[in-house]
Write a protein that binds this ligand. Structure first.
Ligand code: NAD
Ligand code: DAU
Length: 357
């Protein structure tokens, strides 16, 4: 019988890459459980959503009744849990949704999964897996030396990372206390096609296209470790199949860059792929703006465990991944223009001035 997998948050940036991968490369029935918030884009799923093996269930993971009903209806053998509020700047302006979805939503999902799992026969119980997708930001900020790794202490600094840290702890507890077969991944910054234009890389591409100032927070010296989104999707599929129960796997691109280096690389690519001789070089648009409150200085991941235990490593280099990404945004104007016109026009977020309380 064909197995069924739940992907929560499957209409988001990483979730849609996971759904596309599963439809393209596996025989699974894929059920996308998504509330369809501002961050969701059903058009990101077009390469997969025609498949008879794909189903969308519009549901809020905080709604216990709805989530219980979905487990009863579809009887999944795996869950990849990505649904979350994901943008650090928005968590500064309004943390409430982050607490609700990332913490309470994960709790509701764990309770529903546990209830469902307890009712399975022994063979199905043994097969079942719950993969919780989390972030390197739970570990806080690094100085100039060292790397995050699976045993690193938790020290989240933003409302977003604190809510993700809480959800990681809940998942761990549901495994240790109730025996739910869970695995956790903590990954670094993703980039690639279909990323909502609030995150650094699409922000820069679209500001250059519109010849608007490129907002670089602080001095642009903060460091992130970049991973191409399709490499992340492959890692998640491997971890849900081969990861050891109760364990954490750290995922990253082994690709540390200062923000200003990322911005300059995009400027160079834009000057090459979409030159605008009349209006000048893209890098003339760079503008240093007020820093993000609580801005973590450096993220960098040691991926030794997933490389050695599961044989996963990133396939894309930053150069190849960034070129594909810039080209994708140039070729897919309809995708992002619809967002700019209706949901987010590129205004500065995360100054803390709009704190909703
Ligand atoms: P995203 O913001 O692009 O998408 C989130 C998706 O979750 C959206 O489709 C949204 O509609 C859905 N969602 C939000 N609240 C929901 C709710 N209450 N019920 C059901 N669905 C809901 O996020 P992303 O960047 O794709 O990140 C996905 C996951 O990966 C998140 O858990 C995030 O913490 C984690 N992560 C992201 C990155 C990154 O660089 N983007 C890196 C590491 C980990
Ligand atoms: O590290 C993993 C995390 O990466 C994920 O858990 C989050 O979901 C994801 O949003 C991302 O968080 P960041 O805060 O690192 O990503 P963002 O794209 O918002 O910012 C990247 C860096 O660029 C950060 O140092 C802030 C800076 N920045 C960001 C924006 C949007 C700017 O300088 N200017 C900008 O306009």
């Amino acid at each position: 019988m064909t197995e069924t997998i739940f992907v929560t948050g499957g209409a988001g940036f990483i979730g849609s890459a996971v759904v596309r991968l599963l439809i393209e490369t596996t025989d699974y029935n894929v059920v996308n459980v998504d509330k369809l918030t501002y961050a969701a884009n059903l058009s990101s799923l077009l390469p997969a959503s025609d498949s008879p093996r794909y189903t969308l269930e519009k549901a809020d993971i905080c709604d216990a009744q709805a989530v219980n009903a979905l487990f009863a209806k579809y009887q999944p053998s795996k869950v990849i849990h990505l649904a979350a509020e994901s943008h650090v700047d928005r968590s500064i302006d309004g943390p409430a949704e982050f607490i609700q979805t990332n913490i309470n939503g994960t709790f509701v999902l764990l309770e529903a999964a546990l209830k469902y799992w307890k009712g399975l026969d022994d063979a199905s119980k043994g097969l079942f897996r719950f993969l919780h997708v989390s972030t390197d930001e739970v570990y806080g900020s690094l100085g100039t030396e060292g790397y995050f790794h699976e045993e690193h202490q938790y020290q989240p600094n933003s409302p977003y990372s604190a809510s993700k840290a809480a959800s990681d702890h809940l998942v761990r507890a549901w495994h240790e206390t109730f025996g739910l077969p869970t695995v956790i991944t903590n990954c670094t910054n993703n980039y690639g096609p279909y990323q909502f234009p609030e995150k650094l890389i699409p922000v820069v591409i679209l500001k250059i296209l519109k010849r608007e100032r490129i907002p670089v927070y602080g001095k642009g010296e903060n460091i992130r470790d970049w991973l191409y989104v399709e490499d992340h999707a492959r890692a998640l599929w491997q971890v849900v199949n081969e990861g050891h129960l109760g364990e954490t796997y750290c995922i990253g691109g082994e690709c540390e860059k200062r923000n200003i280096e990322v911005v300059q690389a995009i400027c160079n690519l834009m000057d090459e792929l979409a030159p605008d001789a009349e209006r000048g070089k893209a890098r003339d648009l760079i503008s240093f703006v007020t820093d993000r409150p609580g801005h973590d200085q450096r993220y960098a991941m040691d991926i030794g465990k997933i490389r050695q235990e599961l044989g996963w490593s990133p396939a894309e280099t930053f150069e190849s991944g960034l070129r594909q990404t810039v080209s994708w945004y140039l070729e897919n104007r309809d995708w992002w223009q619809a967002i700019l016109d209706s949901r987010y026009a590129g205004e500065r977020l995360g100054t803390g001035q709009k704190q909703a309380g």
